[in-house]
Design a protein around this ligand. Structure first.
Ligand SMILES: Cc1cc2nc3c(=O)[nH]c(=O)nc-3n(C[C@H](O)[C@H](O)[C@H](O)COP(=O)(O)O)c2cc1C
Length: 233
């Protein structure tokens, strides 16, 4: 009897190790940074003269290591930033755009396990968390970059609230994300469905273990889509 328990227990442990390994392998997969989805409508921004907004959502975790080891934060110029926040900052500088942080009324846990659980619950229940920050002068912007981390193979639920709240018709939306291996999942397709009057570019996805060294790649991409500040002036 004891022996049967021992064999059963060993099999269960082996199964867990295989499942965990598969998830970890997927998370750190060496994938290209640029995400290519179907439904491509445009590869460059056609009206580049107007103002640019860089909206982003980011939740830096406090118990991770640095981003080069695959966590969710990095220190740039002495400032602790979330991965997506850092990318937003680089895009803001390169385009001359205004930064806008998408914040929720409730606060997410900043420790990894608690954040994973809270985000899973919100995703399972498809909730729309109330937002604490709102764009006041959307009319002034022609191009809106929107950045977020991939959470549970999707955009975080606050992004659903965000796209519910605004109508980006007539504008160009440029998605960007940071991720652990899943790139955008289906988020760009979802954004196109939610913002049918907007031109939604394919966007740019950066693996979290490459965020710290991503500046040149971001600048190159910004140039390719015709959004470099100097070239628009
Ligand atoms: C709640 C949660 C869920 C996540 N789910 C995924 C996922 O499904 N696929 C993936 O590639 N990465 C996933 N990640 C990794 C994040 O996308 C990645 O660490 C990201 O760079 C975090 O960005 P931030 O620091 O701006 O919040 C998840 C991270 C968290 C905290």
């Amino acid at each position: 009897m004891k022996k049967r328990y021992f064999i059963g227990g060993t099999l269960a442990i082996a199964l867990c190790v295989i499942v965990l390994y598969a998830f970890a392998a997927n998370e750190s997969a060496d994938v290209p940074e640029a995400d290519v989805t179907g439904q491509q409508t445009a590869t460059t921004v056609s009206h580049t003269g107007g103002k640019v907004l860089v909206a982003y959502f980011s939740v830096p975790e406090t118990d991770g290591v640095d981003a080069s080891s695959g966590a969710s934060r990095l220190v740039s110029d002495g400032k602790l930033q979330g991965n997506t926040e850092y990318v937003a900052t680089v895009i803001g500088e390169a385009t001359g755009g205004d930064l806008f942080e998408i914040k929720t009324v409730h606060t997410y846990p900043d420790t990894h396990k608690e954040l994973i659980d809270a985000a899973k619950k919100e995703s399972d229940e498809d909730v729309r968390p109330a937002l604490a920050t709102h764009i006041k002068n959307l009319d002034e912007y022609d191009v809106v970059f929107v950045g977020f981390p991939n959470w549970w193979y999707d955009m975080p639920q606050p992004l659903y609230t965000f796209f519910d709240e605004y109508d980006f018709s007539g504008k160009t939306v440029v998605p960007f994300c940071t991720h652990g291996g899943s790139r955008f999942s289906d988020a760009v397709k979802t954004i196109r469905e939610m913002e049918q009057g907007a031109t939604v570019l394919d966007g740019y996805a950066i693996a979290r273990d490459r965020v710290a060294g991503s500046k040149d790649g971001i600048l190159n991409w910004i140039g390719k889509i015709g959004m470099k500040k100097q070239e628009r002036e």
